[in-house]
Design a protein around this ligand. Sequence first.
Ligand code: AMP
Length: 194
Amino acid sequence: MAVRLVILGRQGSGKGTQAVRLAEAYGSIHVSTGEMLRAAVEAGTELGLQAKALMDTGDLVGDDLINGIVAERLSEADVAEQGFLLDGYPRTPDQASALERILNLTGEALDVALSLEVPVDEVTARMLARGRADDTVEAIRRRLDLYESETAPLLAWFDERELLEKVNGQGDEEAVFARLADAVDGRLAVGDAR
Ligand code: AMP
């Protein structure tokens, strides 16, 4: 069975770690736009050069660019076979619309959109502690602001489509993973019963 998931959450919510675990548990392909962009920066490609300055300040890379990258990745054979877990995408209303168009084209449907909920104070402390090169105080603040203004509205968007599951992201990694897996399993069970 191909499981198709989206995971949303503030930067520093533990989303990346949990995404890797979920993708492994459900056999889905982990599609992280942040990782794809960091790989492009590392490789010094044209895309990487365009993205780097924006990533350093915590700003978002343009919707058209990101939508193109994701559309291309989701059209590959491994995704059709195994499903996907989108991590860091969609991040704006325009990206959510693009995702809807991409899925209409491929004839696939999402199983669930998980929102990993961790308060702002806690994610700020966690991000400063992890010390990634693009984690300056200003960039962290900018990313959190953009999350509230651009990404948080997507929770309503997914909720309207009856796809949203909010999960408490506080506590240790194991406990959070168990909550996420429960939320996914609940959805998959409902899908099977239809
Ligand atoms: P992340 O690893 O998801 O925190 O992403 C790191 C950085 O990559 C972000 O701060 C953005 O600059 C850029 N980025 C990642 N995903 C997206 C996206 N879906 N739309 C726009 N920019 C993105």
